[in-house]
Ligand binder design. Structure first.
Ligand code: AMP
Ligand code: GLY
Length: 416
C-alpha cells in the first residue's frame, strides 16, 4: 500500500517509523516531513495545512491511505476533503475533530453526558469573565477556546494572574482568534495521565498509558510547552483506574460523539487528572499526543497499518493490538529559548553515536548534507527497557553524545 503521513514533527516521525515496519507498506511518504523523517519516508514539500495541494497530490499519486496526524489539518477538514475525492484517510472528520478544536464544545459535551471534568463557564464578554474570576477566587484556570499549540492555558495562582490572562487572550489577542472565547474553570489537582485510544466510531481501544511533561523547566516549573518528554506506561495508572476510566470516561465519550452525529474515527487523546475525587478529563485531543506518541508507539507490538485500517473500516473490535510489557521514555532535546523565541539552523552533532535508543526528529532539516535544528522541540531520544527506571536511564545515556548550539532539556523526565 502507498501511505502518506501528514505532518512534520516527532510524532509523525514515530508514526512513519512504525508504519515502515509493516510489510504491507510498499511506499511511504510524509508531507512536509523533516530531516529525520527523510531517512524513513520520501518527503513531499506540501505544508500540513495546505489541504488543496495535499488532496491533489494524494489523489494524483493514488495514495491508498493518508494519515492526518496534526490538529490543524484535522480541524480544517482535511479528512473530509480527502474522502470527498475518494482517497481513504485516517483521522476524525471535521465535525468530530471539534472535540479538540473547541474547548467550549468539549466542555459542553462532558456536561451534557455526565463525563467527569472540572467545573467551568464560557465567556465572550471581558467584564463578565473578570467578574467571574473575582467571584471564584484563585487558583483558577483560564483557557483560550481554540487551538493554541497547547500553550493557550494559564493555571493562575492569583486573581491578578487570571485577570492578566483574560486580558491577554480577549483584548491583546495573544492567541489570535482562538482567544475571542475563553473557558474559565476550576483548578484540579493530582497526577496527570495521557491515554490515547484507537476509535472506529463505536469501539474504543485504549493504548498503553503515558505521561507528558508539559512545563519547560525541571520540577514542573516555567511556561507550558508542547511537551518536554514522555514516559509509558504511567506508574499511576492502575488496572482499577483503567477499568474506571473505561466506564466513566472513554466509552461515554465515544458514545456521546456518536449520539451527537459526530462519530469519532481516529486516535482520541484523553488528558486525565487523577484527582482525589477520581479521574477527570483535563482535555481531549483528536490525534496522537506529541511526545506521548513516540513513547507509546515504541511499545506497540502489532502492525500499526492494520490497526489504522481497522479503525477506518469499523472492525476495531477484532483488531490485533498487543503491547510490549516493557517501558519507554522519550526525552525531548529543545532549542534554548523554547517555548519563546529561539535560533534555528544549528548543526546537530553526535547523532551517529547514539546507542540503544531511537532518535525521533521533531524540528530538524537537512542542509548541505547535514542535519540542522529547525524548531523549538528538536529531537526526541526514545528508549525502551524492561523497567521504567531503566528506560529513563537509557534515554538520558543515549542523548549524551548529541549536541547542538543552545541545546536544552529537562533532567527529570519520568521522575516528577
Ligand atoms: P490543556 O491544554 O487543557 O491540556 O492544559 C495544559 C495543562 O494545564 C494541563 O496539562 C494541566 O497541567 C493544566 N491544566 C489545564 N486545566 C486544568 C485544570 N482545570 N486544573 C488544573 N490544571 C489544569
Ligand atoms: N503532548 C500534548 C499534546 O500533544 O497535546
Amino acid at each position: 500500500m502507498k501511505v502518506l503521513v501528514v505532518g512534520s514533527g516527532g510524532r509523525e516521525h514515530a508514526i512513519c517509523w512504525k508504519l515502515k515496519q509493516s510489510p504491507k507498506v510498499t511506499e511511504l511518504y510524509c508531507a512536509p516531513g523533516n530531516g529525520g523523517i527523510a531517512q524513513v519516508a520520501q518527503c513531499v514539500d506540501i505544508k500540513a495545512t495546505d489541504a488543496d495541494a495535499m488532496v491533489k497530490w494524494a489523489k494524483d499519486n493514488a495514495m491508498d491511505l493518508v494519515v492526518v496526524a496534526p490538529d490543524d489539518p484535522l480541524a480544517l477538514g482535511m479528512v473530509d476533503a480527502l474522502e470527498a475525492v475518494g482517497v481513504p484517510a485516517f483521522g476524525p472528520r471535521q465535525n468530530a475533530a471539534i472535540i479538540e478544536a473547541s474547548k467550549a464544545f468539549s466542555k459542553e459535551l462532558m456536561k451534557k453526558y455526565g463525563i467527569p471534568t472540572a467545573k467551568y463557564e464560557t465567556f465572550t464578554d471581558l467584564a463578565a469573565a473578570q467578574d467571574y474570576i473575582r467571584a471564584q477566587g484563585a487558583p483558577i484556570v483560564v483557557k483560550a477556546d481554540g487551538l493554541a499549540l497547547g500553550k493557550g492555558v494559564v493555571v493562575a495562582q492569583t486573581v491578578e494572574e487570571a485577570l492578566e490572562a483574560v486580558q491577554a487572550m480577549m483584548v491583546d489577542k495573544k492567541f489570535g482568534a482562538s482567544g475571542a472565547k475563553v473557558v474559565i474553570e476550576e483548578c484540579m489537582t493530582g497526577p496527570e495521565v495521557t491515554v490515547l485510544a484507537f476509535c472506529d466510531g463505536a469501539t474504543v481501544v485504549p493504548m498503553t498509558s503515558s505521561q507528558d511533561h508539559k512545563r519547560a523547566y525541571d520540577g514542573n516549573q516555567g511556561p507550558n510547552t508542547g511537551g518536554m518528554g514522555a514516559i509509558s506506561p504511567s506508574p499511576y495508572y492502575t488496572p482499577e483506574l483503567a477499568q474506571r476510566c473505561m466506564e466513566e470516561i472513554f466509552l461515554p465519550t465515544v458514545r456521546a460523539m456518536a449520539a451527537e452525529g459526530r462519530p469519532f474515527q481516529g486516535v482520541l487523546y484523553f488528558g486525565l487528572m487523577l484527582t482525589p475525587d477520581g479521574p477527570r478529563v483535563v482535555e481531549y485531543n483528536a490525534r496522537f499526543g506529541d511526545p506521548e506518541c513516540q513513547a507509546v508507539l515504541s511499545l506497540l507490538d502489532s502492525d500499526l497499518l492494520d490497526i489504522l485500517l481497522a479503525c477506518r473500516e469499523g472492525r476495531l473490535d477484532t483488531a490485533d493490538i498487543r503491547w510490549k510489557t516493557e517501558a519507554a521514555c522519550c526525552l525531548v532535546l529543545a532549542s534554548g529559548g523554547y517555548p519563546g523565541s529561539y535560533g534555528k539552523g544549528y548543526p546537530i552533532e553526535g547523532l551517529d553515536q547514539v546507542e540503544n535508543a531511537v532518535v525521533f526528529h521533531a524540528g530538524t532539516a537537512q542542509k548541505d548534507g547535514q542535519i540542522v535544528t529547525n524548531g523549538g522541540r528538536v529531537l526526541g531520544v526514545t528508549a525502551v527497557a524492561p523497567t521504567l527506571e531503566a528506560a529513563i536511564d537509557a534515554a538520558y545515556a543515549a542523548a549524551k553524545p548529541i549536541h547542538f548550539e543552545a541545546m536544552t532539556f529537562r533532567h527529570d523526565i519520568g521522575r516528577v
